[in-house]
Ligand binder design. Structure first.
Ligand SMILES: NC(=O)c1ccc[n+]([C@@H]2O[C@H](COP(=O)([O-])OP(=O)(O)OC[C@H]3O[C@@H](n4cnc5c(N)ncnc54)[C@H](OP(=O)(O)O)[C@@H]3O)[C@@H](O)[C@H]2O)c1
Length: 344
């Protein structure tokens, strides 16, 4: 038997429990591959995982579901020639914790064609600390680079969160000047340590905006959507670009066409879940090159598997700073330095 979280949607409220899971609970759907068995060391608590714990049917796409969109661990069996027992692997998304069983259980049956070798420079705890948030932040920076934007002032919204924190660190490392927009000014010192050159209050963006405002940003990495993104679009410089990554504020977007037709602005999208393998590998190679493991440790808090549900509620309430990695089982690379903190 395998210990793990299970979310069941029925007509009333969702049922959420940490239980001994049977084989059926861990088996992917008939049209999904599960050719690599992984002993899970760590998962994470992303915004999407928090929505799953709340029973959001847009995330909980099968019921019952083992949540956890991030999986970090060691291969124990494989019929995929790319992987062998003992290999350290990680997975971000690709349906895990949504359409198929995810990382918040001690064992996972994964599709070998979606796995990335965990970079040697990261412990399992650090790989989970980076997780989908850091992976997506890297994809956003890569999207800007593909668009030809390699320098200048970049606004990061939702800066205290996982995606925002890693975006700031990666932008600073790549030579951009990052401005952090946050609703929690008490985190300013931490955001400056990550590499933010300046901090603005989220309220500066969360107000009705004009079609075009003073040009401030070469680019925007946006984790929140809604009015803050609309305002940021109106402040893009000529030929600037905004990367839409999230909807922590709202999925709505009400803009005018003016930034696009008068300033040549671009709105780029990132969907980490469906990223092809070659781009996953490229992004993780860049993370290994550019992200100091000490920054990951400073950004990550490790929580015990038992506390995942209560910590998920904290994520939804907007009270978590940085990243939460969840210790699921034994790790083969557990030189963990991230602070272990029991929830208050
Ligand atoms: N596209 C993708 O593939 C992808 C991948 C990962 C995440 N995402 C999405 O990106 C978003 C951020 O993810 P995350 O894991 O970084 O979440 P997170 O750690 O919970 O961070 C979200 C941050 O957004 C800000 N925020 C929260 N509520 C807000 C509100 N009502 N108005 C404005 N800002 C608000 C907060 O930052 P401050 O306190 O600093 O303001 C919060 O720390 C989520 O919507 C998530 O679903 C998308």
């Amino acid at each position: 038997m395998t210990r793990g979280w299970q979310i069941t949607l029925d007509e009333a409220s969702p049922r959420v429990a940490l239980i001994e899971l049977d084989a059926a609970a861990l088996t992917p759907g008939a049209d999904e591959r599960g050719d690599v068995e992984v002993a899970v060391a760590y998962s994470g608590l992303n915004f999407k995982d928090a929505l799953a714990f709340a029973g959001n049917p847009g995330v909980v796409r099968r019921s019952p579901l083992v949540p956890g969109i991030d999986v970090v661990g060691t291969v124990t069996a494989s019929t995929d020639a790319r992987w062998a027992p003992g290999d350290r692997v990680l997975l971000n998304g690709a349906g895990a914790g949504e359409t198929r069983p995810g990382g918040l259980a001690e064992r996972a049956l994964l599709d070998g064609g979606t796995l990335v070798a965990t970079p040697a420079g990261f412990t399992d705890a650090q790989a989970a600390g980076i997780g989908t948030a850091g992976f997506t932040a890297m994809l956003a920076v890569l999207a800007l680079e593909r668009h030809g934007i390699t320098e200048g002032d970049v606004l990061v919204t939702g800066a205290s969160g996982g995606l925002g924190s890693f975006a700031i660190a990666l932008l600073a490392r790549a030579g951009f000047t990052a401005t952090a927009a946050t609703g929690r000014p008490e985190n300013a010192a931490r955001l400056r340590e990550l590499g933010a050159a300046s901090i603005i209050d989220r309220a500066e963006l969360d107000r009705p905006s004009r079609a075009l405002e003073s040009q401030r940003w070469s680019a925007v990495i946006d984790a929140v959507g809604g009015q803050p993104l609309a305002t940021a679009l109106s402040q893009l410089r000529q030929d600037g670009a905004a990367v839409s990554c999230g909807n922590a504020a709202s999925p709505a977007l009400s803009s005018t066409v003016m930034p696009f037709i008068l300033r040549g602005a671009a709105l780029l999208g990132v969907n980490s879940t469906l990223t092809p393998l070659a781009r996953r590998e490229h992004a993780w190679a860049r993370l290994a090159r550019d992200l100091d493991p000490a920054v990951v440790d400073a950004t990550t808090r490790i929580v015990a598997l038992e506390h995942a549900a209560e910590q998920a509620a904290e994520v939804l309430a907007g009270r978590v700073v940085g990243r939460l990695a969840v210790r699921v089982g034994a790790s083969t690379a557990s030189t963990t330095t991230a602070t272990e903190t029991e929830p208050a």
